[in-house]
Ligand binder design. Structure first.
Ligand code: GDP
Length: 451
């Protein structure tokens, strides 16, 4: 569904790769591309404006984060803002304290309500509930029968105006409010703990339809009113959602037909515009094509980032911000890079978890798999032992480490002198590299990685 949006965003982020620092112009160019990608995906204009405004502000505010490079920071910001427009946290069905829990479905004709009723009832049954479906869609000639078919497939009973017979004529003359109330009474007497009431839709929003839905809502006091919207309807989605929100004050949104190949961005707008959460997604015609909607996972899917998110989380959790800030300041002040710093950086890396596991989460890790497999994490331990065997003065002024000091350090750390020599040589190179970066205005890197 969101393939083309995903591709466009990926291309935008790719342009940022390799940049050490983002200028305001870089941020603006990126935000412009994101704006175009969202508009082309049919995301509503006010939502795009709000979204890009926040991304720009946050990107410029440069929440300094030494664990992430600028491209990753932008991805992180876009991801978090996407989760926001998709409704933030996953929102579960609120079950009534005194069953039955009453769930009413509303939406335009063809949105997928009747199909959803079947899917939702099957899913609830799978969770150990005992649902009852109520056919209060007496508008569409075939709706009652269709619900009965879905109910049978789901193994869930259906309460209909004229159970069993359900001729189209009789159905059409019934009173949907009375049917909904009778359905609720039936659920109470048969001890169903959830009631799902399917209601009528029209081809467009109209006052009579909305009044009927409002009357049903008033008569049965539902715990949840789910507004079902076809993700493929394009820019009309926003106006339709607003009309239903005013008319029935729904509590949650269901995006249906997410399996389609429409651009789908309009569906992304409805949660923001109405302030109501997307709770479920319908992804096909079979009763199992149904899932709880997780804003964070949907955002990851749109951003096609998979494990990179986990990687970012780990980096953030374990990166010592004070240490990073200290290093950044050293750079700014053009102070010398010492063996203490070298060790501190190694420990930063170690804190981020098993190096191999971390590195394997990176995109493109397959290419360096062999090198990664040869990497020996104990190398960091050896470096640490060597540095710990030095005096504080030696650590800040390694130039004084002559032959006899090297021999002492090797003895103290249980390694061969050649390893002390090797470390000092690597450190010397790292120091040079850091000097070069500091004068060139780059950001501190990870010098002297062993192996
Ligand atoms: P209602 O008028 O709101 O009750 O809509 P229906 O449940 O009758 O659905 C209208 C049409 O959309 C039917 O042909 C369904 O099979 C189809 N449909 C419903 N949900 C989905 C979905 O998630 N994906 C696809 N591809 N088709 C769906």
């Amino acid at each position: 569904m969101f393939n083309s949006l995903s591709d466009r965003l990926a291309a935008t982020f790719k342009n940022l790769r390799g940049k050490g620092r983002l200028s305001e112009a870089d941020v603006d160019a990126t935000v412009r591309e994101i704006r175009r990608a969202l508009l082309d995906a049919d995301v509503a204009v006010p939502v795009v404006r709000e979204f890009t405004g926040k991304v720009r502000e946050r990107a410029l505010g440069a929440e300094v984060n030494a664990a992430l490079n600028p491209a990753q920071q932008i991805v992180k910001i876009v991801n978090e803002e996407l989760v926001e427009i998709l409704g933030g946290q996953t929102r579960r069905i609120r079950l009534a304290k005194n069953p039955p829990t009453v769930i009413m479905l509303a939406g335009l004709q063809g949105a997928g309500k009747t199909t959803l009723a079947g899917k939702l009832s099957k899913w609830l049954k799978g969770q150990g509930h005992s649902p009852l479906l109520v056919a209060a869609d007496l508008q569409r000639p075939n709706a009652v029968k269709q619900l009965q078919v879905n109910g049978e497939r789901a193994g869930v009973p259906v309460f209909a105006p004229d159970p069993g017979v359900s001729s189209e004529f009789e159905a059409a003359t019934g009173d949907p409010v009375a049917v909904a109330q009778a359905g609720l009474a039936e659920a109470r007497s048969k001890l169903h703990d959830v009631v799902i009431v399917d209601t009528a839709g029209r081809l467009g929003v109209d006052a009579e339809l909305m009044q009927q839905a409002a009357d049903i809502r008033a008569a049965i006091s539902p715990d949840e009113v789910l507004f079902v919207i076809d993700a493929m309807i394009g820019q009309d989605a926003v106006a339709t959602a607003q009309a239903f929100d005013e008319g029935v004050n729904f509590t949650g949104i269901v995006l249906s037909k997410l399996d389609g190949d429409a651009r789908g961005g309009a569906a992304l707008s409805v949660a923001t515009v109405t302030g109501k959460p997307v709770m479920f997604a319908s992804t096909g015609e079979s009763l199992d094509d149904f899932e709880v909607f997780h804003p964070d996972r949907m955002a990851s899917r749109i951003l096609d980032m998979g494990d990179v998110l986990t990687l970012i989380e780990q980096a953030e959790k374990n990166w010592d911000k004070d240490e990073a800030a200290r290093m950044a300041k050293k750079f700014a002040d053009q102070e010398d890079f010492t063996l203490e710093d070298f060790l501190a950086q190694m420990n930063q890396i170690r804190n981020m978890g098993s190096m191999k596991k971390m590195l394997m989460m990176m995109p493109g890790a397959q290419n360096i798999r062999q090198q990664l497999e040869q990497f020996d994490e104990r190398e960091i331990d050896r470096v640490e032992a060597i540095v710990r065997s030095m005096t504080p003065h030696e650590r800040v002024a390694p130039k004084i480490i002559n032959g006899s000091r090297r021999a002492r350090i090797a003895r103290g750390s249980g390694v061969h002198v050649s390893e002390v020599n090797g470390l000092l040589e690597r450190f010397g190179q790292a120091q040079k590299m850091m000097k070069k970066m500091a004068s060139g205005g780059g950001i501190p890197g990870m010098p002297g990685m062993p192996g």
